[in-house]
Design a protein around this ligand. Structure first.
Ligand code: CAA
Length: 284
């Protein structure tokens, strides 16, 4: 199936990055936010990222204009009526996601594929909110979406072969390497990444080393682009805790229990870069 127009629900960090990536790759894109202010902010970030690419000489101004021309912002879900593929990147709340998928199911064309960028929510649960579970799957991108090379595709027991193949082809057009995971808790990446991040927080909580030394150790000792505490801040501590709790609820494996320090930081609203405070301070 040929995909021409992609809809993205949510224009925050992930949704905005995905929308930018899809428009840069030649797709027509409709991206939504819940209100005009958030939409303006999200489109502004995309515009700034594209302007940086022009400044660095990566793309000419004419290409930036063409990319922007392919990108339409909206606050109305009905604008998704012409989309061939939807990628939902709303906040991590299962009830909200189900509601969005039910709505998309009634708005989008019969042939449209409905994908979720969720980090941990069961795709099967989301699929059952629609009348087309064969056309529902996970398309899990990584932050920053225009840069990170992986697309993790999550296939449920009901996902159709053509749906899977179409999304693998879209992944290729987006310049990503795709991996396929079953709809199991944490899929591949978060199943392995979360215990590493939680253990790093625990190490810091236990006073084994300073935050800088923990980060430098992994950054320089293992050539990871960011140390775990800096990466947790970058991802958002609320997101890390949500993924950990979601996997723990389903597996009851103690490796996914959030450390007390993480719980307290989230309760304090110290969510990392987005709030200006996490394991490090980020002056605005
Ligand atoms: N949007 C678009 N482009 C961006 C960007 C953004 N938000 N942030 C960085 N870039 C681009 C830069 O423009 C730069 O491009 P060029 O090389 O073409 O000039 C390139 O990325 C590298 O950026 P910088 O030079 O500014 O900085 P860096 O070399 O330190 O790289 C980084 C930044 C790519 C974020 C790197 O530190 C990195 O890979 N960190 C790890 C990120 C990671 O692990 N992400 C996954 C998080 S988990 C997740 O997302 C999934 C989940 O379920 C929670």
């Amino acid at each position: 199936m040929e995909i021409k127009t992609i809809g993205v629900v949510g224009c925050g960090t992930m949704g905005g990055g995905i929308a930018q990536l899809c428009a840069q790759s030649g797709y027509k894109v409709v991206v939504s936010e819940v209100n005009a202010e958030l939409l303006k902010r999200g489109l502004g970030v995309i515009d700034k990222n594209l302007a940086r690419l022009v400044e660095k000489g990566k793309i000419p101004q004419a290409e930036k204009d063409a990319i922007s021309g392919r990108l339409k912002g909206t606050t109305s879900m009905s604008d998704f009526s012409g989309c061939d593929l939807m990628i939902e990147a709303a906040i991590e709340n299962i009830e909200l996601k189900k509601k969005i998928f039910t709505e998309l199911d009634s708005i989008c064309p019969k042939h449209a594929i409905l994908a979720s960028n969720t980090s941990a929510t069961s795709i099967m649960d989301i699929a059952m909110a629609t009348k087309r579970p064969d056309k529902v799957l996970g398309m899990h991108f990584f932050n920053p979406a225009p840069v990170m090379k992986l697309l993790e595709i999550v296939k449920t027991i009901a996902t159709g072969d053509e749906t899977l193949k179409t999304c693998q082809d879209v992944g290729k057009v987006l310049g990503k390497t795709t991996v396929i995971a079953k709809d199991a808790p944490g899929f591949i990446v978060n199943r392995l990444w979360i215990p590493y991040i939680l253990q790093s927080i625990k190490l810091f909580e236990d006073g084994v080393a300073s935050r800088e030394d923990i980060d430098n150790a992994l950054n320089l000792g293992l050539n990871y682009p960011m140390g775990p505490l800096a990466l947790a801040d970058y991802t958002g501590l609320d997101v890390v805790m949500f993924i950990a709790n979601t996997i723990y609820e389903r597996l009851k494996d103690p490796r996914y229990i959030a450390p007390t320090l993480l719980e307290k930081m989230v309760a304090a609203g110290w969510l990392g870069r987005k709030t200006g405070k996490g394991f490090y301070d980020y002056p605005k």
